[in-house]
Write a protein that binds this ligand. Structure first.
Ligand code: UTP
Length: 291
């Protein structure tokens, strides 16, 4: 297998998940399931498919359940086998990360100071080269997965920072980082800046940033000097905009469906979408007149 040009992926999972409280008081948002699969599993599978060699989870001590979920649990598998559930035990083994698969590192962000700060926490553990960032609450279903598509398209001579983008209605620009677009070529959208959550009247385009990034490592120097932005948080988009002046920024219009599972509406939509793909749920959906 040829070595992927992007070897490290950072999973920021230290946020408070306030939009899902009270559920997230007990269960980290990243472990909330779409039907039976936690959001973090989709993100891990996407990184695996993309050939990532080192996964760095930036978590919080109160979210230890994430580490427990992500790693293999041989004792649980043995118990399942003893209960005649060997197939389920095998499914868990395939889903879990163990260190033969790729390197797994957990670091703690002790205070939720923002996404930029969470990404910066991973700095001491990076492998050489560009770094992927995956936000597990942005569920992206694509074949191949979004990160694989992005790595295939990534060329640091064209743009050091490649960011997944999608077109949103003007009314929704205020919910996203929005690219200031300078040109387009195929799926690449070139930009000279990113504006964080602009209202429609000042938004430079409809190209919205979603939770997949490939970043030139120069971003870490920028983050180290970065002050708080919108909401008093250290914003990753501010650092990309700053560092992009030298390294270049391109958006990537991925193929696939994206669900904002950080919101209840997005989570419900993803659940209904996946339920529609499985005949096992047809009767339930029909009860609610959902085709
Ligand atoms: P979000 O802003 O969507 O997550 O961050 P949140 O802050 O946990 O959720 P709400 O808005 O209060 O409901 C996107 C991702 O970045 C992580 C989150 O865990 C999530 O996976 N994050 C965010 C951090 O790791 N640290 C932070 O300081 C902020």
């Amino acid at each position: 297998m040829t070595r992927s040009k992007v070897r490290t992926a950072i999973f920021p999972v230290a946020g408070l998940g306030t939009r899902f409280m009270p559920a997230t008081k007990g269960t980290p948002k990243e472990l909330l399931p779409v039907i039976d699969t936690p959001l973090i599993q989709y993100a891990i599978d996407e990184a695996r498919e993309a050939g990532i060699a080192r996964m760095i989870f930036v978590s919080h001590p109160s979210k230890a359940a994430i580490q427990h979920y992500v790693m293999d649990d041989a004792q649980l598998r043995t118990t399942l086998v003893h209960h005649g559930k060997a197939e389920l035990a095998h499914k868990l083994e395939l889903a879990a990360l163990d260190r033969r698969d790729c390197e797994v590192i957990f670091v703690m962000q002790l205070e939720p100071k923002g996404l930029g700060d969470a990404v910066a926490c991973a700095r001491p553990h990076l492998l050489d080269g560009p770094v992927a960032v995956i936000l597990p609450d942005d569920l992206i279903l694509g074949v191949p997965g979004c990160l694989r598509q992005m790595i295939d398209a990534y060329d640091c001579d064209i743009a050091g920072h490649l960011i997944a983008v999608m077109k949103v209605p003007w009314a929704l620009t205020c919910e996203y980082g929005i690219l200031s677009v300078t040109g387009q070529q195929g799926r690449l959208v070139f930009a000279d800046s990113i504006v964080e959550k602009p209202t429609a009247d000042v938004a430079p385009s409809q190209m919205a940033v979603v939770g997949r990034y490939i970043l030139d490592p120069a971003i870490f120097d920028t983050l180290a000097k970065q002050g708080p932005g919108i909401g008093g948080e250290i914003q990753l988009t501010d650092a990309i905009a700053q560092s992009g002046l030298i390294k270049g920024i391109a958006g990537f219009r991925f193929s696939g469906r994206r669900f904002d599972c950080g919101s209840k509406q997005g989570m419900l939509t993803a659940t209904l979408f996946l339920a529609q793909q499985d005949p096992a749920y047809a009767e339930v959906l029909a009860t609610y007149n959902i085709p």
